[in-house]
Design a protein around this ligand. Structure first.
Ligand code: ZN
Length: 280
């Protein structure tokens, strides 16, 4: 056994469906990331809404005018050393799309019933048009038999990654659809689960949501230590100062050299002040 007990105890079909849902739910973010200028940023996108909310709460509490002036300058997105984040996102999107499309082709080949034959008005045997057009079907791409190797049709790939993920989820969970699909063989289900897990990791890594840490370009405004940001999927962002307990930032009841929650707004404001100070 190479899997951990906790991992193995989750039914494989459910695990595959959860990972596929995570991929399609973050797909829009990944596509948006491709279009962003090449700079790593902290906090990651999903944390900025949380910080906006903190800023809004702050605004409500403080004197309106001065709070407005300060929050207007709050840098909710910190830029660090330029890195080709957009290419990472692009590579991730291309890889995940190709893997899930190929997987859907394989699954369709193994569990999807062929189009039923029907008779046309002259009694000839033809594919049943209604059966072929069943929206629950996955259509692999078709290629011309001769000539340049250009695809004649993208098939279901034309509907994009989201539909591929939804369709695979349905097959993994054994959703019935008349007699269109057979149950998935165990080995194929394992392949689906493994590919889904890999795809989810690829997407989350490209979006910086895999719990990795990010070194901020700016030093601690109080002690000059180096700052490290950390974000976990669904978790609260945290910034720590390398000097830890020795950090001279006002502690105010929180742990020395560590900012989370509302304290992050204090840190952002201090970093903005340093940035706007004229260079000596
Ligand atoms: Zn510090």
């Amino acid at each position: 056994m190479t899997t951990t007990l906790a991992y193995a105890s989750v039914p494989v079909a459910h695990r595959a469906a959860v990972d596929l849902a995570a991929v399609r739910e973050q797909w829009g973010d990944l596509l948006a990331a491709i279009g962003r200028r090449p700079a790593a940023e902290w906090p990651p996108r999903e944390c900025t809404g949380f910080l906006d909310q903190l800023a809004a709460d702050d605004r409500a509490e403080d004197d309106e005018q001065s709070a407005e002036a300060m929050i207007g300058r709050l840098p909710l997105v910190l830029r660090e050393h330029p890195a080709p984040l957009n290419l990472d996102a692009l590579d991730a999107a291309i890889e995940v799309e190709r893997e899930l499309f190929d997987l859907a082709d394989v699954v369709a080949e193994q569990v999807q019933r062929s189009v039923r034959p029907a008779r046309d008005s002259r009694g000839r045997c033809v594919p049943d048009q209604a059966d072929a057009a069943d929206p629950a079907r996955w259509h692999p791409p078709t290629h011309r038999d001769a000539g340049p190797a250009s695809a004649a049709s993208a098939g279901s790939r034309g509907f994009g990654l989201h539909w591929a993920a939804v369709w695979l989820e349905g097959r993994a969970l054994g959703e019935a659809c008349g007699d269109l699909f057979e149950p998935m063989p165990a080995r194929l289900l394992d392949d689906v689960a493994a590919t889904a897990r890999r795809a989810r990791r690829t997407v989350e890594r490209a979006l910086g949501r895999d719990g990795r840490t990010t070194s901020l370009a700016e030093a601690c405004p109080w002690c000059g230590g180096s700052l490290t940001g950390r974000a976990r999927p669904g978790g609260e962002p945290v910034v720590t100062c390398s000097t830890g307990e020795q950090c001279s930032a006002p502690a105010d009841g929180r742990r020395c050299g560590e900012w989370r929650g509302a304290d992050l707004v204090t840190l952002w404001a201090a970093l903005a002040d340093v940035r706007e100070r004229p260079a000596a």
